[in-house]
Design a protein around this ligand. Structure first.
Ligand code: NAD
Length: 246
C-alpha cells in the first residue's frame, strides 16, 4: 500500500511485536505515519521498530498496567509531537471448556483485553479530546459476536470491547474523536497456530471464502478506520472474516 493515507500522523499499536499488531504497524508506517510499537516483549517491539526504520520506535509496555499505558501515550506525544491513532490490539487466549477453565484463565483474558483496551482508550482520548481529532481502533473478534465454545472468557472480553467502543464513541464524537472496532475472523498468526490443526481446518472449511485471512487483510481495515477515508464512521464494528458468521 503506497498511498499515504495517514501521512504525518502519529500512531500507537499495542501488541505490535508480532502477528496482526506488527502488520498494523507496518501498514500504518507505509501509509506515512510515525508509529510507536508497544508490546510486553520490549526486545521484539524494538527489533520490529528498527526493521521499519525512521518514524518508528519500540516500547515495552504491559497494557494491563495503568502507569505503563499512560506513559506509553506520553512517550508518543513527547517523541513524535502528537497522538492521532491508537490501536488497542494486544491480546491473549486461555482457551478451555467451562469444566476446565480456572478463574485465573478467566481473569487473565478479561484483564488484557478489556482493562487493557479501556486503559488505552482512556489515555489516548485524553490527548485526542484536547487536540480535537483522533481515531481509536479496538481489535475485537468474531468470537465476541457469536461466542466460541472453549472461549467463554475470550468471547466475553471481545463482546465487551464492542460495548466499550460504542460508549466511548458516543462520549468522544463531539470532540471529533472517532472510536471503532474491528472483528477479525480466523487469521493466520501464532495465536491460531496454537489451535489443534483439525479445529483450524474445520473452522476454515466453514468460511464462505474458504480460507483463513492474512494479518495484512486486518491491517488494511485498520488503516481505513485510522484514516480520513472513514471520517463519518464512529462506533462501528467492521468484520474482517471472509463472510464467516455474517
Ligand atoms: P499474537 O499472539 O500473535 O500477538 C499478540 C501480541 O500481544 C504479542 O506480541 C504479545 O506479546 C502481545 N501482548 C500480550 N499481552 C500483552 C500485554 N499485557 N501488554 C502488551 N502486549 C501484550 O496474536 P494475534 O493473532 O496477532 O492477535 C492480535 C489481536 O487480534 C488480539 O487482540 C486477538 O485477540 C485479535 N484476534 C486475532 C484473531 C486471529 O485469528 N489471530 C482473530 C480475531 C481477533
Amino acid at each position: 500500500m503506497d498511498v499515504a493515507l495517514v501521512q504525518g500522523r502519529t500512531a500507537i499499536v499495542t501488541g505490535a511485536a508480532q502477528g496482526i499488531g506488527l502488520e498494523i504497524a507496518r501498514v500504518l508506517h507505509a501509509g506515512g505515519a510515525s508509529v510507536v510499537l508497544a508490546d510486553l516483549d520490549a526486545a521484539a517491539a524494538t527489533a520490529a521498530a528498527v526493521a521499519l526504520g525512521d518514524r518508528a520506535i519500540g516500547v515495552g509496555a504491559d497494557v494491563t498496567d495503568e502507569a505503563a499505558v499512560d506513559s506509553l501515550v506520553a512517550r508518543a506525544v513527547e517523541h513524535f509531537g502528537s497522538l492521532d491513532i491508537m490501536v488497542n490490539n494486544a491480546g491473549i487466549t486461555r482457551d478451555a471448556s467451562l469444566k476446565k477453565m480456572t478463574v485465573d484463565n478467566f481473569d487473565a483474558v478479561i484483564t488484557v483485553h478489556l482493562r487493557g483496551t479501556w486503559l488505552g482508550v482512556r489515555a489516548a482520548s485524553a490527548v485526542m479530546r484536547e487536540q480535537k481529532s483522533g481515531s481509536i481502533v479496538n481489535i475485537s473478534s468474531l468470537s465476541g459476536k457469536s461466542g466460541n465454545p472453549g472461549q467463554t472468557n475470550y468471547s466475553a472480553a471481545k463482546a465487551g470491547i464492542v460495548g466499550l467502543t460504542k460508549a466511548a464513541a458516543k462520549e468522544l464524537a463531539h470532540h471529533n474523536v472517532r472510536v471503532n472496532s474491528v472483528q477479525p475472523g480466523l487469521i493466520r498468526t501464532a495465536m491460531t497456530e496454537a489451535m489443534p490443526p483439525e479445529v483450524f481446518a474445520e473452522r476454515e472449511a466453514a468460511i464462505p471464502m474458504k480460507r483463513a485471512g492474512e494479518p495484512r487483510e486486518v491491517a488494511n481495515a485498520v488503516l481505513f478506520l485510522a484514516s480520513e477515508l472513514s471520517s463519518y464512521i464512529t462506533g462501528g464494528v467492521l468484520e474482517v472474516g471472509g463472510g464467516r458468521l455474517m
